[in-house]
Each structure stands twice: as C-alpha cells, then as structure tokens.
Write a protein that binds this ligand. Structure first.
Ligand SMILES: CC(C)(COP(=O)(O)OP(=O)(O)OC[C@H]1O[C@@H](n2cnc3c(N)ncnc32)[C@H](O)[C@@H]1OP(=O)(O)O)[C@@H](O)C(=O)NCCC(=O)NCCS
Length: 239
C-alpha cells in the first residue's frame, strides 16, 4: 500500500541475542498462534525450533505494541512468496530475520517497504558463492580490497541484498546480482544503471555483537528515522 508523501517514516529495529539453553521457551510459545506452535513442534533440530520461536515471539511483541492487539492474536499470514502480512489492514510494514542466536525485527510506519537481514560476521563465503550474488562491478572492487576487508564487505553485500529482496517480498526468487551496491561517504547506496533511486535507503545497523545486520527501506518522505533497541531479559525493548 502506498503511503502519503507527507507522513514521516519511522523504523524501529529490535535485536534479540537469545540464549538457546536459558530460554523460557514454553512461555514464549504461548504468544504464538496455534499454526506457529505446530510449525515449531515440527522442527527436527532444537536450534531451528529456538530460532523460529524467538523470531515470531519478538515480532508479535513489537506488533502488539503498535496495534494494541495481544501478541498471540496479531493476525499474521504469509503471502504467496512467504512474506508475512498483517491481515488487520494495518499499514505497518515489518520484516524478520534469524541467524544463529540473533533475531532481528524491523517495524516501520510511513514506509512502502521494509526488509531486514542478519548474518554472522565470521561466516566464510567462497569465491564461487560471491560470484553467484555479486555484480561484475562489485566483484571487481571486492578483489581490490585487502583479504579481511573483502570478507567483511562480501557479507555486508549479501545481507544488504537479502534485506532489499525481503523488502520487495520476492526473496531469492530475484537474482541478487541485479541489486548492486556501492558505498558513498560510508553509507551503502543501491546502484541502478549508475543512478540511485532516492526512495530507497539502506543501512548497516550496529548490532553490538558478531553479526552483520542490514536494513532496506523504501519511503516517499525521505530518510526514515531509525532507532535500534536491544531486546533483553525477555523485556519490551527500551533504548
Ligand atoms: C526470504 C528469504 C530470502 C529468507 O531467507 P533465510 O535466510 O532463510 O531467512 P531469514 O532469517 O533471512 O528470514 C526469515 C524470514 O523471512 C520472511 N520471509 C519469508 N519469505 C519472504 C519473502 N518472500 N519476502 C520477505 N520476507 C520473507 C519470513 O518472515 C521468515 O521468518 P519465519 O521463518 O519466521 O517465517 C528466503 O526464504 C527466500 O528467498 N524465500 C522466497 C523463495 C522461496 O524459496 N520460497 C519458498 C517458500 S514460499
């Protein structure tokens, strides 16, 4: 749904470094829908189950705060590509990502699209994999970087591209090589045939941990206000 050009855009990001061993999983499960509880029960590996429960728990807590609907009743359903939507017709945009002990959720108002992705900063990406998601220009300047910086930039590029494709709702159905980035004054900028689309904003978010977190947002009203909170001790996030 298109937003008014005058409505200021605002994005709240919550990051939760949950502990798989100390989690209050049964209680968190109570905030999930029955369909989500069934899905959680079907995971074969504890780690995947924990990740799924943590993600949906945090998402529901944040959407509950925004909508006033109790967490378990927030009406979420995936569209045909898997992107979660609010059935209540609310104009909030949101996105969820999980990786190895971290959940990241972005909830936006006044934006047309929002996407978030997170990855561990120490994953190793083989060159062949880099070729499968980077444009020729990106590969050229990656090769010019010192090895350590190249590895970090390759992960940053991956998370930026995935956040953008999640914002669009297409995910990896779209070839990530078609979404190219460069950096301007330390800020990632999407490049499209040499021009930047001014409605899109991309950021690498400080995670306070060994994770790379990327945000993509499309807003007609300029750069959205972005706040990042750590969700701790199973509490509602606070700055
Ligand atoms: C979207 C996608 C990039 C997520 O990648 P991932 O690294 O596995 O997972 P992430 O941790 O980054 O994100 C997970 C969340 O993305 C969201 N998501 C799923 N599909 C999405 C889409 N098309 N657009 C935006 N978000 C999507 C879900 O909320 C999911 O959370 P959940 O596991 O609680 O349901 C990937 O699943 C994808 O490309 N999906 C579309 C193509 C596909 O194969 N779909 C098959 C199912 S319909």
């Amino acid at each position: 749904m298109q937003q008014s050009e005058n409505q200021p855009a605002d994005i709240e990001i919550a990051l939760w470094r949950y502990s798989e061993n100390e989690g209050n999983w049964n209680r968190w499960m109570q905030s999930l829908s029955s369909h989500e509880r069934d899905r959680a029960a079907a995971y074969r590996f504890e780690r995947d189950r924990a990740s799924f429960i943590a993600g949906r728990y945090l998402l529901r807590q944040l959407l509950s705060l925004q909508t006033g609907i109790s967490p378990g009743k927030v009406p979420l359903s995936p569209d045909r590509h898997g992107k979660l939507r609010l059935e209540s017709g609310d104009r909030l945009q949101f996105s969820l990502a999980n990786t190895d002990g971290l959940v990241a959720v972005a909830v936006a108002s006044g934006c047309d699209h929002v996407g978030i992705d997170c990855e561990r900063a120490d994953i190793e990406i083989e060159e062949a994999a880099v070729d499968s998601y980077c444009s020729a220009e990106e590969r050229r300047w990656l090769m010019e970087l010192p090895a350590r910086e190249r590895a970090r930039t390759a992960i940053a590029l991956w998370t930026l591209k995935e956040s953008h494709l999640k914002a669009l709702g297409v995910g990896l159905r779209e070839d990530p090589r078609n979404i190219a980035f460069s950096w301007k004054d330390g800020i990632p900028v999407m490049v499209d045939g040499g021009d930047c689309d001014r409605r899109w904003h991309h950021r690498l978010v400080e995670s306070g941990s060994q994770h790379v977190v990327a945000l993509a947002a499309c807003a007609q009203s300029g750069l959205p206000g972005i706040s990042t909170n750590l969700f701790q001790n199973d509490s509602i996030p606070s700055e």
